[in-house]
Structures are given as C-alpha cells and as structure tokens.
Design a protein around this ligand. Structure first.
Ligand SMILES: C[S@@+](CC[C@H](N)C(=O)[O-])C[C@H]1O[C@@H](n2cnc3c(N)ncnc32)[C@H](O)[C@@H]1O
Length: 350
C-alpha cells in the first residue's frame, strides 16, 4: 500500500478555503464508501514543510486515480517516499477551459469548488457512479440560478438542464454561454424559444448544443444544455419522466435569496423543497440520486432528510455523507443532503 499527499486548491473564497481540507477528507471518504470500497485508508490532514496536505494510504489503480483526480479541491497529488513527494499525474474529467466556471461573478453565486463537491458526492451515490468516468450523464439543477451546477456538469462532458424562476438569471446564462462558446471557437448551436406545455406558456427556454472539438462535432458527439425560465414546480411538465441520472441543487438559504414561487416570496426553503421534491423525483431515473445543499439554520438536516424520505427517496446518511457540513457565514451553516431513488425491483429497506 502506498501513501499519498493531496495538495488542496486555494479557493478564491477565504472562508471556504479554511474548510476545504476537512471537506476534501469527507469527499475522499465518500469515494471510499462508494466506488473505492476498501481502497482508501487513514484519511487525514497533515502539515508537510509548513503546507497543509490531505493524506491517505491506498492501492490506486488507473480508475481509482481517475476518481481521485475529480475530487473537487484536487490541485496536485504526490506519492510519499520517505521524506520525498513524487508527483502523480492527475487526469480528471474536465474537458473545457475552467474559466467557464469563473468568468460569471454575481451575488448569490454558489462557490464553484463546493458545487463540484456537491455534484461529485451526488453522482457517487447514484447508480450512474460506475459510468461517470466514461459516459455523458444527464444532470438537472431545478433551482439553477446562473448555472454554476450546469457549467460544472458541462466541464465533465455531461448533459445539463436547469430551471429557474428568475428571468434575469436565465437571460444572463443565455447571454453568457454562446459568447463563451464563440470565444473558445467551439462549434455550437444556441437559441431561445418560448416554453409551452399543454397549451400554456410557462416561460422561456434557452438551449445550446456544442462539441469539445471539430472531430467530435462531425461525429455527432455533442453535449447539450438547456435552461428553462419557470417555477420549479413545473419540472415534471418540462422534462420526461425518469430521464436524468442526478439532480443537484443549491436550495435557497432563506437569507439573501428567499424562495420564490411565481415571483413572490411565499415559502420557507423547507416548504419549497417539500412541494418541489415529489415532482423532481419523477424526472429522476430509478437508481438516480438527488443532492441538495441546504442552510441547516433554515432547513435542518433531519427535516430535509424527512422531506426526501416522504417523497419515497432513501437518504444516504452514512459517516462520510454526514461530514460535509461547513460554515459559510454567520447566517449560513451549509450541509449537503443526498438521497437515492430506489432501482426498479429493489426492495425497500426495512
Ligand atoms: C441558492 S440560489 C442558486 C444559485 C446557483 N447555484 C448559482 O450558482 O447561480 C437558489 C435559486 O433558486 C431560485 N428559486 C427560488 N425559488 C424558485 C422556484 N419556486 N422556482 C424556480 N427557481 C426558484 C432562485 O431564483 C435562485 O436562483
């Protein structure tokens, strides 16, 4: 068994940087509980020559290294040989320039590294975890804002779809993405249309299709993204049933953002989730997972888990998944709650 030291990415956000090492240990713990059972040991934080590293032991083959490479904060990995650190190349899934995630800056944006963690731990809990290194998965963010989750999914080469009630958010994304694709000279189509269902106009919808290079475009190997401007309650009217592998979202914190329905501040964050989750579950494939970031001061973990269980989901409440709580500011103590939809034919847990 070898020993490793992982150098954690410095986050632009100082508060997040302070908790990043602990969250990295938790994220590696999720890997150890899901796709790398029995393969990662002795997870911890260690100072080496004045720098903090996340350290662990394990036998890592190519697949295991590929999973470690996708850990949200992974900047560089070293194998430890006595006092020496031997660099180990990391080949993550990222297939686009990372400024896709950093260019847009706005109040209420979810931290990009945290969004990557949320996406990772959600997909790792799902039946799609075994395909995450090879296939183009389908991810939905039903409260997508200006698209941090969508862009993180696109970075992985996955298809992304979002819903947000705020017109300005959808317009900002519809203005940004085509500009970015053009600047990167990536072949694409993009456009906005009216979103209609059953004779009703729900709002507007932005769609884009692109490929990572000319060869992929010519071969029809494209990536799609869509953003619907609508109330998230309309999610099951917008998307086909059982069509997405994972639902990943940063719910309103009940602080700066309030939860809006039809433009009005009507529901507490927990009430919004209770009303919306059953509809979200319908578009999730059996075996799919939902991961929600919540402010536990307004949506306590146990109550959020109860909302998910009420919608016939199975909350994943293991040690690693319970280790993701962290402070954002005085008003926000953020946690990640993940639950899975039972696979067809699988018996309910007793
Ligand atoms: C925490 S923010 C998400 C931010 C996003 N992750 C980003 O980085 O841009 C929550 C979002 O939920 C949206 N929202 C709140 N209530 C909604 C509803 N009923 N239907 C659709 N969107 C809603 C808000 O407009 C806001 O953009």
């Amino acid at each position: 068994m070898s020993s490793f030291a992982l150098l954690v990415s410095p986050s632009a956000n100082r508060v997040y940087a302070r908790t990043a090492s602990a969250l990295t240990v938790a994220e590696l713990g999720v890997l150890a509980e899901t796709v790398l059972p029995g393969r990662l040991h002795d997870l911890g934080i260690e100072e080496i020559a004045g720098v903090d590293y996340v350290t662990f032991a394990g036998d890592l083959d190519e697949t295991a290294l590929a999973h470690v490479a996708n850990v949200s904060t992974a900047l560089a990995l070293f194998e430890r040989e006595g006092d020496l650190l031997r660099p180990v190349a990391l080949h993550g899934l990222d297939c686009l320039d990372d400024d896709l995630l950093t260019i847009l800056k706005y109040q209420g944006k979810t931290n990009e590294l945290f969004t990557k963690l949320l996406l990772n731990v959600t997909v790792l809990a799902s039946a799609a975890s075994g395909r995450m290194l090879t296939d183009r998965l389908h991810v939905l963010d039903p409260l997508c804002g200006r698209g941090t989750t969508l862009n993180q999914a696109l970075m992985y080469g996955w298809h992304a779809a979002g819903v947000d009630v705020d017109e300005r958010d959808v317009e900002a994304y519809a203005a940004f993405l085509p500009r970015w694709l053009k600047e990167k000279r990536l072949k694409h189509t993009a456009g906005t249309s009216r979103l209609r269902r059953d004779g009703r106009t729900l709002g507007r919808r932005f769609d884009a299709t692109f490929a990572v290079d000319k060869e992929a475009w010519a071969a029809g190997d494209t990536i799609t993204v869509s953003v619907s401007q609508a109330d998230t309650m309309e999610t099951p009217a917008i998307f086909r049933a059982a069509s997405v592998d994972a639902i990943v979202t940063d719910a309103p914190y009940g602080v700066q953002h309030g939860s809006r329905s039809g433009g009005a501040l009507q529901r507490s964050p927990l009430d919004l989730l209770a009303a919306a989750v059953p509809g979200w579950v319908r578009v999730l494939r059996p075996g799919g997972a939902i991961g929600i970031a919540v402010n536990v001061r307004t949506s306590p973990r146990a109550e959020t888990c109860a909302v998910l269980a009420e919608a016939a989901l199975e909350p994943v409440d293991t040690e690693a998944y319970r280790g993701l709580e962290h402070r954002v500011d005085q008003a926000i103590l953020r946690d990640v709650v993940v639950a899975t939809k039972r696979r067809a034919g699988a018996p309910a847990e007793v």
